[in-house]
Design a protein around this ligand. Sequence first.
Ligand SMILES: Nc1ncnc2c1ncn2[C@@H]1O[C@H](COP(=O)(O)OP(=O)(O)OP(=O)(O)O)[C@@H](O)[C@H]1O
Length: 572
Amino acid sequence: MKRIVTQYLRPYYGRMLVGFAIKFSGTCLDLCLPWVLARMIDVVIPQGERRAIFAWGLVMLGLAAGAAICNITANRMAARVAAGSTQAVRADLFSKVMYLSDSQSGELGKPSLISRLTTDTYNVYNVIGRVQRLGVRAPLLLIGGLCITMTLDAHLACILLAALAILAVVVVTVSRRSVPMYGQLQKALDRLVMSVRENIAGIRVIKALSKEDWEKERFAGINDQVVQREKAAGLTMAVINPVMNLVLNVGLVAVVVAGAYRVNAGDTEIGKILAFLTYFTIILNALLSISKMIAIISRGIASADRIEAVLSMEDVLPVTEEAEGEPEGEPSWHICFSHVDFSYTPGKKNLEDISFCLKRGETLGIVGATGAGKSTLLKLLLRFYDATGGTVRISGRDIRSYGLTELREKFGVVFQNDVIFKDSILENIRLRRDLTPEAVDKALKTAQAEEFVRGKSGELEEALNIRGANLSGGQKQRLLIARALAGAPEILILDDSSSALDYRTDARLRAALARLYPGTTKVIVAQRVSSILHADRILVLQNGRAAGLGNHEQLLADCEVYRRIVRSQMGA
Ligand SMILES: Nc1ncnc2c1ncn2[C@@H]1O[C@H](COP(=O)(O)OP(=O)(O)OP(=O)(O)O)[C@@H](O)[C@H]1O
């Protein structure tokens, strides 16, 4: 919570101080009202002077109106501060999430990141608002009310103190039990979000394998856990209100009975008893508000800690100077991997001693069995991860010496199962970039997407469904390739992204790429040998190691793994 208070609330310190002062004034006015009422009944009305009664009536009206104006003003200021500061927290958290490395977001988990951005920021909003609205008011009503009741009638105040003690014990006991319960509930909700996300994303697979019942059972288990925890927390909290009402009513009866005796004995007056009853209600409600505030604060602190854990994550991909004494790479090579090793987890090398270089405009094809490390190699090139050994260079410079934005601007990328947004075809290609219509047309033409885009309605403005649900697999791939090409990238990366194209379209795509983007260096991962057959260099990966590097003919002559792949796909 420290960072929220010192960083995000700092711009609002002044406004919050003014808000607290206004709230303080409004609460003081509220506290004066019952005292003035007592004076009216005990002193002013018995004197029978109309003007005095009228004047005191006006005082009461003024107090009530002043209190209302102050409280409304302070509450509105509080709402603005809570909304403004939470907006800043959410914006920073969102941009931090955008820049987290793959390993960091994998460690936290996507569902947890989603709840940090949604539920947790909402909890923080609630705390900031609630503390401003009640942080001054409730304690002031409690302490101020107690002081006034002491001066009104110390004997009756003892009844109030006894009721307060009982209520304090109940509130503390219940809060101690319920606060950890809400923590547990939040964790169960995280699991629920994760399950929903997985199920919705994989709904087709679930249907295809007729696993609906199994998934329903699994979901019911998680749902049940949420319900149990909600119930446990709810049932515990359910004690507070009825006990509070019971204590309040018994206390009021005791005050009325004791008060009646004292009025009869001439020790006090009716007005004071009436004022006392009002203070009694005010004080017990203040205590209840404080207990609720404590519950909201503890939930908010847990949420703020989860948010701060993300915000304070170290940058694991810092930009470095070129290492001292390290020879600059040969700038005539556009991309150069030199003895690159990489492990996702210590102890197991997922890539080992990978070396290859490409000139500007050349094409590298990468083939290998599933899990051989093809996508991992691309992730190192894009610097989603840093190599654990060796160097990756672009234009002779270690990629770690580029700023991440500068580096990634060089690329046009299509990953496996990339995302189509719920937007028009044009926006899906442009992605808020400042592209000329000619660049978009050229990309569409190269990606062989023009005919189906124009064929659909002739309009690039046509809206697409979320995840491109109204497109076929091949159409989606062509659109994604057009998106990657539209920015005229220095390097084009295609990760198994023409697999859904028929052979003729795939061949036309390769020919157009060579003709229209001759200066773009292409790195193409493909399961189909035909897609990379004509590449200047082909890297054959096997269990993270290079089993062969060369063009098609060289590999056919020298590389048994490649020969096997070709034989299995194209026959002898
Ligand atoms: N985030 C990750 N954390 C840990 N291990 C991973 C991670 N991603 C991939 N791996 C492992 O690294 C190895 C290489 O994976 P990679 O995705 O690079 O294979 P690939 O050749 O692209 O496979 P495919 O053709 O199936 O896409 C695999 O053994 C995989 O289990």
